[in-house]
Write a protein that binds this ligand. Structure first.
Ligand code: PMM
Length: 283
């Protein structure tokens, strides 16, 4: 899954795709590089970010979703708002990536029950403005898995078919670096929820901290974290993670192909799995 952030303030790509034409061109390039899915988002979720109004989010994402879907690719919309998800689905999106796991907007789960479309439930403990204050865990992996299980149950109660549900441990969302590493080291416990797992480690600050300049202690800047992201992609693919959400699609595609050829259980085609597990029973 390649990332297109149609935001002026994303930490990872600094607003490079803020203009719709630039965002569309970037999304097409990601498909060209091998992305099975392109994820279009209009709200920055970096720690401390202020939410745009819904109208602004719609203005950012809809033209980009429409054009990328018209070009024939599988487009995902990264939104916590049911209204944005509904309009994006009408514009051709085929997957909804909700970083709040249905918690931010009470209309989201009922919408997804009607839509019968793949839906990513991410582990979430509050909006970006204050989320790092919620990075308080006993055992982070058990806590995240328990909280994700509650979200799966809520989604099923709302009528979302089980085959549409994908889970994500939400690296960097109300997590300190050590929490992210613990989750990565124990991904199999997340996979044991029995749903496909999506992982978003790309360029995140825990990688920047790991790679900090030894002289100054300054974290490695976001655009220089792609090799580390690729390493995460290899290790995650080797554990059968269903989908990797990344900025540098080309290097992750290569990494996943090497992992698969090595003989571990990676599946190089998220598209095939998406069809098999989700899209074929969904309209
Ligand atoms: N991370 C970001 C945004 N959306 N969606 C999912 N499912 N998982 C993530 O980890 C995730 C996400 C923030 O990163 P960005 O600014 O690079 O988009």
């Amino acid at each position: 899954m390649g990332v297109v952030n149609v935001t002026p303030d994303s930490f990872s790509d600094g607003g490079r795709s803020f203009a719709p034409e630039a965002a569309v061109a970037h999304g097409l390039a990601l498909f060209e590089q091998g992305a099975d899915i392109v994820d279009v988002g209009g709200e920055s979720t970096r720690p401390g970010a202020v939410r745009p109004p819904a109208e602004e989010e719609l203005r950012r994402v809809l033209p980009v979703v429409r054009e990328l879907a018209a070009a024939g690719g599988i487009v995902s919309v990264d939104t916590m708002r049911a209204e944005v998800a509904a309009r994006a689905l009408d514009a051709g999106a085929r997957l909804v990536n909700d970083v709040s796991g249905g918690l931010a907007d009470p209309a989201m789960l009922p919408l997804m029950a009607r839509a019968d479309t793949p839906y990513v439930l991410m582990h979430w403990r509050g909006h970006a403005a204050g989320m790092q204050a919620n990075a308080d865990y006993g055992d982070v992996v058990s806590d995240v898995v328990d909280e994700l299980r509650l979200r799966i149950e809520a989604a099923l109660r709302a009528g979302i078919p089980p085959h549409c549900l994908i889970v994500d441990p939400g690296l960097g969302f109300a997590k300190e670096p050590g929490h992210n590493w613990e989750l990565l080291g124990r991904l199999r416990e997340v996979a044991a929820l029995g749903r496909p797992v999506l992982l978003g480690a790309s360029r995140k600050s825990f990688l920047g901290r790991l790679l900090a300049d030894p002289a100054t202690g300054e974290p490695r800047p976001a655009p220089l974290r792609d090799a580390a992201t690729t390493a995460v992609s290899v290790l995650a693919a080797a554990q059968g993670i269903w989908c990797l959400r990344v900025h540098d699609v080309a290097s992750t595609c290569d990494a996943v192909r090497v992992t698969a050829r090595w003989g571990v259980e990676a599946d190089t085609s998220a598209r095939a799995q998406l069809r098999r597990r989700h899209c074929s029973p969904c309209p």
